[in-house]
Design a protein. Structure first.
Length: 378
């Protein structure tokens, strides 16, 4: 191996999704801390903060590749930023390690996908919701590719179940005027709401839905839940204490996960940070992406992307998500499904789970039939 290898870390720590970027960056930093604690000293991070400016993501990726010599970049948060960066990574034949849940319909030999795609989050979420709450949802989403595609897939799932989508509305990331949408929901009385909003618009929407539930018990979370695939523990303090209690979110990891590996991980984290912190799925995924990248570079004896990719695909890797297998055909990781209910302690109580699901980003059906059996926890 060469004397020094740099891995690029590309997250926005300010702006409408800054809390998510900060948590992901913290997860990456903790992975490097663990690496150094094991005696590692050849691989180091190089950071760039685009500050939620889409043009700056491309600038950042270019700087990490050209100026820092990075052949691997861990990032981004949004799908728009991912799609902005991929062509440059392809041009330099690098690897982008993407670790957020996303809308699917993508597979790229220059991307390792650690975040879930719809058959790993949205489909099992609907497997839980439809028989319990009905097939007449209301869809809200961020006005970009995540919201558009997730709601398109939701419409298909509802149509296939013989149901009806009662409404569909979109907001920009920083728009917080949600009153007309909530009034429409109150009038149409859906069986549940799928929330694909991001950042401040999502927080305002959840607060308005809580106020609606206080006025009309039909909209309390137990009667008409608001369900998401992208809400993180690190955002709950931004939303406010108790505001989203009882609402639902699908993920591959929650802080409350009761495994020996997770308990050991949180103990190391306490030693590092000097106290207790709630670990989000983004923190865990960024930690996993960096740790896997470092382990594959060491196994390959090189940071050459083709050799690192071959190592990643060659075996299962231990992780907070269990033994992780990345599929050679799609570069996507198999991931477990967890359904969490927000509690009063800025966290999630797991109420349903399914074992690791092989990714099916194009929903071909090859890995999604028969549907995974959900284990109901509570």
């Amino acid at each position: 191996m060469v004397d020094r290898v740099k891995i690029g870390i590309l997250y926005s720590t300010t702006g409408p999704y800054g809390s998510m970027g900060r948590d992901a960056r913290d997860g990456a930093e903790f992975a490097f801390h663990d690496y150094r604690q094991r005696g590692g000293n050849r691989i180091e991070p190089a950071y760039f903060d685009p500050r939620a400016d889409l043009a700056a993501y491309l600038e950042g990726a270019r700087s990490l590749i050209r100026d820092e010599g990075c052949r691997h970049i861990i990032g981004t948060i949004t799908s728009t930023a991912r799609k902005e960066v991929i062509p440059l990574v392809e041009k330099h034949d690098g690897l982008l390690w993407y670790m957020c849940p996303y809308e699917g319909f993508e597979a790229n030999e220059n991307v390792i996908y650690i975040g879930g795609c719809p058959n790993q989050h949205l489909i099992p979420l609907f497997d839980y919701l439809l028989p319990r709450h009905g097939t007449r949802p209301y869809l809200v989403g961020a006005n970009y590719v995540w919201g558009w595609e997730m709601n398109r897939l939701a419409r298909e799932l509802i149509h296939n179940a013989g149901g009806t989508v009662l409404g569909e509305r979109y907001l920009p990331l920083e728009e917080t005027a949600v009153e007309r949408i909530v009034a429409d929901i109150a009038e149409k009385r859906p069986s549940f709401v799928l929330n694909n909003l991001v950042g401040p618009s999502s927080y305002a929407f959840l607060a308005a839905m809580r106020a609606l539930g206080a006025r009309d018990p039909a909209f309390l979370p137990e009667n008409c839940p608001v369900a998401s695939c992208d809400l993180q523990e690190c955002e709950l303090s931004d939303i406010g204490a108790g505001v989203a209690t009882g609402q639902l979110c699908a993920a591959s990891y929650f802080h409350t996960l009761d495994t020996a590996d997770n308990h050991a991980f949180k103990a190391r984290l306490r030693d590092w940070g000097g106290g207790e912190r709630i670990v989000s799925s983004l923190f865990a995924s960024a930690y996993t992406a960096v740790s896997l990248c470092i382990a594959a570079i060491e196994a390959a004896g090189s940071d050459a992307p083709e050799r690192v990719r071959a190592e990643v695909l060659a075996r299962d890797w231990p992780s907070l998500f269990g033994d992780m297998r990345v599929d050679a055909a799609t570069n996507h990781a198999a991931l477990p499904f967890l359904l969490g209910r927000i509690n009063d302690g800025h966290g999630f109580d797991v109420i349903a789970a399914a074992p690791a699901l092989a990714a099916d980003p194009y929903l071909t059906g090859a890995t999604t039939r028969p549907a995974p059996r959900l284990r109901i926890v509570s």
